[in-house]
Design a protein around this ligand. Structure first.
Ligand SMILES: [Fe+2]
Length: 276
């Protein structure tokens, strides 16, 4: 796996092994089928409260960042609870969706391990593959569904931010609109194709690599093609147990200027972190 462009461009495009691509498609189709279920049925797969942050979530934010979306988080440790909850929904789409998620979490594991090995080799992050593979319980699959809205071309659907964990796989989306902030300060569309996934570093990997790999700032905008329409997408957040984490109590990462971390020294960047 060639991961050189992580440092030069901020992300890599990696061809999917065909079997993995098929499983991603299966999971995405089953998410769409799940989304079509009645709202009260979907809520049976909720994690209970916003803090627990797993299962089905419906978000209707108001104010300048208004958006309406539904999302779903799955990790290995909460799969068995999700299977049980899916049984309470008397519709086969619910169990099929959790089954496809389970299959995908399994199938993506060797792919993520290969990526971690390539990062270790290319950037000298000794021990990185082990840190990643022993943290599988922390990996999160996130499914997103933005409802049809009255956005116009150029409107921002997801505001500029860097992800907080280790690294992010952008696995699938049914329409364009994802953009990244390049190192020279320009917004560019992610070059997404059917056959590839995009991986980019998040805040903890920037810290772990001592600033070699920058947490990539990204956002979602409405394009001429997608304005006003619903949008489905899917990402995997791969966390690993570094000894530090972003100090959210003191520093809200969402409130930082886009790309604040690109030219910052590692010493200054480290001040935003706290020990676990
Ligand atoms: Fe993100």
């Amino acid at each position: 796996m060639n991961v050189y462009s992580l440092a030069t461009k901020g992300f890599v495009s990696i061809p999917y092994p065909p079997e993995l691509r098929t499983k991603v498609r299966g999971a995405m189709d089953s998410w769409k089928a799940f989304c079509a279920l009645p709202a009260l049925e979907k809520l049976k797969l909720s994690g209970g409260d916003r803090k627990k942050d797993f299962g089905y979530m419906f978000r209707q934010d108001i104010g300048p960042r208004a958006d309406r979306k539904e999302l779903f988080h799955a990790t290995l440790p909460n799969l068995s609870a999700l299977y049980e909850q899916a049984e309470l929904v008397k519709q086969s789409e619910a169990t099929a969706f959790i089954g496809a998620t389970d299959t995908l979490l399994e199938a993506v594991s060797p792919f993520i391990s290969d990526f971690a090995k390539s990062v270790e080799r290319t950037y000298g992050l000794n021990g990185f593959p082990n840190e990643v593979s022993t943290s599988r319980r922390l990996w999160t699959l996130r499914y997103l569904h933005y409802f049809a809205n009255n956005a116009s071309k150029g409107d921002v659907l997801a505001h500029a931010h860097a992800d907080r964990g280790g690294f992010t796989l952008h696995m699938d989306e049914d329409s364009p609109g994802g953009e990244y902030l390049s190192f020279n300060g320009r917004w560019r569309p992610f070059p997404l194709t059917e056959k590839e996934t995009i991986i980019f570093p998040s805040l903890v990997l920037q810290h772990r690599s001592k600033g070699w790999l920058k947490a990539l700032c990204h956002r979602v905008v409405a394009t001429a093609e997608t304005a006003g329409k619903e949008r489905f997408s899917m990402v995997a957040f791969v966390d690993f147990t570094d000894k530090v984490r972003w100090n959210d109590a003191k520093h809200r990462s969402q409130e930082k200027a886009p790309g604040f971390n690109y030219a910052m020294s590692h010493e200054n960047f480290s001040k935003f972190f706290t020990t676990q």
